[in-house]
Design a binder for this molecule. Structure first.
Ligand SMILES: Cc1ncc(COP(=O)(O)O)c(C=O)c1O
Length: 425
């Protein structure tokens, strides 16, 4: 099931007309298609578990942390990858804890460490320097380190490359054995290992390549320290196409290549086969949502610019990473196009979807539009600049639609602020 379909000239999300959703919930609104999320999860799980049965997914909630969306993935069998104590709390709120949650924060404060330990989830340390600080509080039952295998890749802009020499994440390969040695000497007995290989990767061979890098690093560590890794988490990064020119990731090939690389290394280093884990996010939710917006104003100045209520505060990826999202206009499908600009309403000149792109010539004020593939790193990165408040979130399931987050209000904007007495006259 596709997240949206075009019937005649009208856009539908699942069984719902965009026009009906906009009338019911207003704009801008994120709309998630539950069937698509479930399908994405099942397709990926089937691919990996059929090549390596002792396999588990942890959903990285940073991509979309709405509890309704997290609950869908929990029902499908995912654990949770949490980047902060609040994301651990979110996991607990939807009923996941213990070894179903992996805490992979970076540059942690003492408070993060203390609360992370108290929560009883799997602790995944981003650096060797954090270990003594953890041990000051207590000794985790099971511990993992995030390894930076020295190589990273991103198909959504270089700023999203989260491994390799220029990334801020993970332990240098030369320090990995030392990190586990210190942990073992401190009395920790159960170990896992983790990496994050990159973002939005569409090449199966790349996953096998980085898995091999990781296995070579930790195979030696396992042999030298005589430790058994209970799990090896090869991170997220399963990509989705954002442009029509991109091909979807061949999941079965990815799983087959990764499982083979993994099993070969397990044999080579004489390891007891560990659980294979991954923590994707974009793959599950990225193409399962759109943002519905409205054209409010069209101006002809030095060029023609169409102004919408989906600004970079609502979906920041294009302004932040130069990412691409497809944009469709309801009832203008297949109309003749012209090159013009499309922007949001913020007082920043980076607030553009495109400065020059082909859009229908027929677009009018009041038209509805959707930005596609908006489910990952969309709402979660939105903010309130210029008093343009965060969007509503809606879940569609068959003929039903549910408001899963209300649109922000002025009261939300000023909540937690206070004006000292002497400024009040
Ligand atoms: C530690 C970690 N795991 C998983 C993910 C999810 O990545 P993706 O959405 O590319 O699958 C991220 C994303 O940044 C991450 O930082």
């Amino acid at each position: 099931m596709n997240t949206f379909t075009v019937r005649g000239k009208e856009i539908y999300i699942g069984d719902h007309k965009v026009q009906d959703l906009a009338e019911k919930y207003g704009t801008p609104t994120y709309v998630y298609n539950e069937d698509r999320i479930r399908e994405n999860f099942r397709r990926a799980y089937k691919a990996f578990s059929s090549h390596y049965p002792d396999f588990k997914f942890f959903y990285a909630v940073k991509a979309c942390n709405n509890p309704a969306i997290v609950s869908i993935l929990k029902q499908e069998g995912a654990g949770i990858d949490a980047a902060s104590v609040n994301e651990i709390k979110l996991a607990k709120q939807v009923g996941l804890g213990g070894e179903n949650v992996m805490f992979s924060g970076n540059f942690l404060s003492d408070d993060d460490i203390r609360q992370g330990l108290e929560s009883g989830v799997i602790f995944n340390l981003d650096d060797i320097s954090i270990l003594p600080r953890v041990l000051k509080y207590s000794k985790p039952d099971i511990l993992s380190f995030r390894v930076n295998p020295g190589y990273g890749k991103s198909n959504v802009g270089e700023f999203v490359t989260n491994a390799g020499p220029k990334a801020k994440f993970g332990i240098h390969p030369d320090k990995v054995t030392e990190a586990y040695r210190l942990a073992k000497e401190a009395g920790i007995r159960r170990f896992g290992v983790h990496m994050m290989p990159g973002s939005c990767l569409l090449e199966p061979e790349y996953f096998a390549f980085v898995t091999n890098l990781l296995m070579e690093i930790i195979g030696k560590t396992a042999r030298e320290l005589k430790i058994e890794f209970e799990f090896i988490d090869i991170g997220g990064g399963l990509g989705i196409p954002y442009r029509s020119s991109e091909q979807p990731l061949d999941l079965d090939k990815t799983a087959e290549l990764v499982a083979k690389t993994f099993k070969d290394a397990v044999i080579k280093y004489g390891m007891t086969p560990p659980r294979l884990m991954m923590e994707p996010a974009r793959y599950f939710v990225g193409d399962a949502a759109v943002v519905i917006g409205k054209v409010h104003s069209i101006k002809h100045s030095y060029s023609k610019i169409i102004g919408t209520d989906i600004g970079m505060n609502i979906l920041v990826r294009p302004a932040m990473y130069g990412s691409y999202h497809n944009i469709l206009f309801d009832k203008r499908i297949d109309d003749e196009t012209e090159v013009c600009g499309l922007c949001g309403q913020l007082c920043e000149n980076t607030d553009f979807w495109a400065k020059e792109r082909e859009f229908p010539k027929t677009i009018q004020e009041g038209d509805l539009m959707i930005a596609t593939e908006a489910g990952a790193y969309g709402f979660g990165m939105s903010y309130q600049y210029n008093g343009r408040l965060r969007a509503a979130e809606v879940l569609v399931n068959g003929k039903e639609s549910y408001l899963i987050r209300s649109r922000e209000t002025f009261d939300d904007m000023i909540r937690n602020t206070s004006v000292p007495e002497y400024l009040r006259n």
